[in-house]
Design a protein around this ligand. Sequence first.
Ligand SMILES: [Zn+2]
Length: 392
Amino acid sequence: MSGQVERGSRPSRGAAFRARLAVLAGVCASAGLPSTGFARGDVDAGGQGVGEGGGAVTPLYAPHRDDDGYFNPWRRFARPSLWDMLVWKTSDNPYDEAGPLSIPRVANDGAYLAGEEHSATVTWVGHATFAVHDRDDVFLTDPHFSKRALIPARAVPPGLPVESIPADAFAIVSHNHYDHLDAETVEALPATVGWYVPKGLAGWFRERGRADVVELDWWESARRGRFTITCLPSQHWSRRIGQGENETLWCAWLVDSGDYRYFFAGDTGYFGGFAEFGRRFDPIDVAMLPIGAYAPRWFMAYQHMDPAEAYQAFLDLRAGTMLPMHWGTFDLTDEPLDLPPRELARIVAERSGGDDRIRVLAVGERWKVPERTSAGAAAERSLDAFPQMKEN
Ligand SMILES: [Zn+2]
């Protein structure tokens, strides 16, 4: 599919700085507190937990809530100080943000979503939003079709019209940050859409008149027709106006349609969970992995992977195809909005000379999931990996 390249102009340095302060203000407003991330020096991503080399699996399955709310048992985060925040926000951005952005976009009216797909396709709407069309079913990941994520403005229009999403679609939500959970989008989608959300978030949907909501904890699964939908750990945190810090859970999702297994990472730092998911849920056909909002590393590494870590996560997952996401849409951090895929290509070329299993989609691009080999098809039927089926 050919992509037209959309070019926007960069704001002046002063304007960019003011925009960042606005983001900061937005995050703080959402928080009531000045912190968004993790302490300086706390950047050895994912060292604990499991890995290809073995090691402790237990923390991934350990209790993850106490009186202070939810937490990541394999690695607690240290709250950054207001000083850290100010150091970041007032220091010069080391990246050159002059010049036009290159964010490919293709026109797509989404009309096919109302019909039947003989196998499966995935369409990137932008940021962490994909529309997966598997036979005659459609599901969305972290649906966001609005102009802003609280304050940051969308750089490129959504790759599908929200009206193209069928009334019987369902959606998975990773956590409550504004670039992943958007009230306007929830209200714009048909009220009949089913929602799969991590612990603590169901009430927010019910308050908005959304009745079909299933709330899951890590390692719990739910059935929806032929789908098995599983909530999995991620290394992140949560906060939103009206919801205190870590009052609601964050997660990744594994959606098994019977034909394909889709892994959606949500928002996460690199951690040992990926190797465990790869071992446990093999074969994963498609891995939707965040590659952007990673700089500066001293501030972001705990909560957001960089492209090198995202590629390692893909290898850990042993997935068939990597679909990069969380770039090109909302400018949240220091690196230019269109840098992450170029950085990913550079790293992968350096590491292995290239990897044709990575598919960087244009906004609005519809991609066909490759058919499974017969070996993969034989392995796929077992649902033993999903032990905690929650009856709803
Ligand atoms: Zn995010």
